[in-house]
Design a protein. Structure first.
Length: 293
């Protein structure tokens, strides 16, 4: 079973003659039926070559599904379905959007901005639908924008691979354009959290920040310079936060050169405390390390 006219994505109006072909490998085609959306199935004219006249003024403008199936006297075939856009108001679909452009979204490793634009012949506002997988199915839509305005949408990938990004547009009358040519996107990897380690204090006794003798657990007298080593080779470090017993005490921001971060804790205190450092990279992935002193 095959619908030969209209084809998938066509814009139609007035009376449309749906045509197609049907074939039976072992028997003969007795009847062909056509359905518009979820309406009743209607008998078409012909069998192996068939047609059905459809008045599109009887349905609302916008997207509709046309289905066809054949019958051999005992069983029905699988359906063939095409999606069409009905436009009976002299309105024209937006132009095909431009091939997407991409740029890195600063401060967020692995997330990119994908940009496109289109123009509508009637200057209607338009919405965009992004096909991130390149399979012809819209995965994410936008709000409405003025005709001719460049629109950008962020997107990130969880799995390495090659992707074909396409985009379509639709005007305020729900008349849809064709899909844009694909942008080929190669994603080589995904981001991992930082590696973090509190290197000072370690298992020793400290007096005014000086390591005076080894011990099985950190013991601190006076102020101590807490030192942390952090590495993230993929998206770099955004900041390191220092906590004492769950209370945020200090934030150390990354300025382009640091691999070691530190903070001097010189509060008067007595007892056991939990020191914790939390590192964030530019994708806001985080990792932490903590010790008892």
């Amino acid at each position: 079973m095959l619908i030969t006219h209209p084809t998938h994505g066509n814009t139609v109006n007035g009376t449309v003659t749906v045509t197609g072909t049907a074939y039976h490998f072992k028997g003969s085609v007795q009847k062909v039926y056509v359905q518009i959306d979820d309406s009743d199935w209607e008998l078409a004219n012909g069998t192996t070559s068939w047609s059905y006249a459809c008045d599109t003024t009887e349905v609302a403008g916008g997207g509709h599904l046309v289905r066809a199936a054949s019958f051999d006297g005992h069983l029905y075939s699988d359906c063939h379905t095409v999606a069409v856009n009905v436009n009976n108001h002299g309105n024209h679909p937006p132009d095909t959007p431009t091939i997407p452009l991409w740029s890195h979204l600063w401060g967020s490793w692995g997330t990119y901005l994908y940009s496109t634009t289109t123009s509508d012949p009637e200057n209607d506002n338009v919405t965009y639908g992004w096909d991130w997988k390149g399979d012809g199915v819209v995965d994410e839509g936008t709000g409405y924008y003025p005709s001719g305005v460049m629109v950008s949408t962020p997107h990130s990938w969880d799995t390495a691979g090659t992707y074909f990004v396409r985009v379509t547009s639709q005007d305020s009358h729900r008349v849809q354009s064709s899909l844009s040519p694909p942008l080929v996107v190669n994603i080589s990897g995904v981001d991992n959290p930082p590696n973090i380690s509190i290197t000072k204090p370690d298992a020793a006794v400290y007096f005014n920040d000086a390591n005076i003798l080894p011990f099985y657990t950190p013991i601190v007298f006076g102020g101590i310079n807490i030192e942390v080593d952090v590495v993230d080779e993929e998206s770099e470090i955004n900041r390191v936060e220092f906590y004492i017993d769950g209370d945020l005490k200090y934030v150390c921001w990354y300025f382009g050169t640091e691999e070691s971060y530190s903070w001097i804790w010189n509060e008067q205190a007595f007892g056991r405390y939990t020191m914790k450092a939390v590192a964030y990279d530019n994708t806001i992935d985080s990792a932490n390390d903590e010790i008892m002193v």
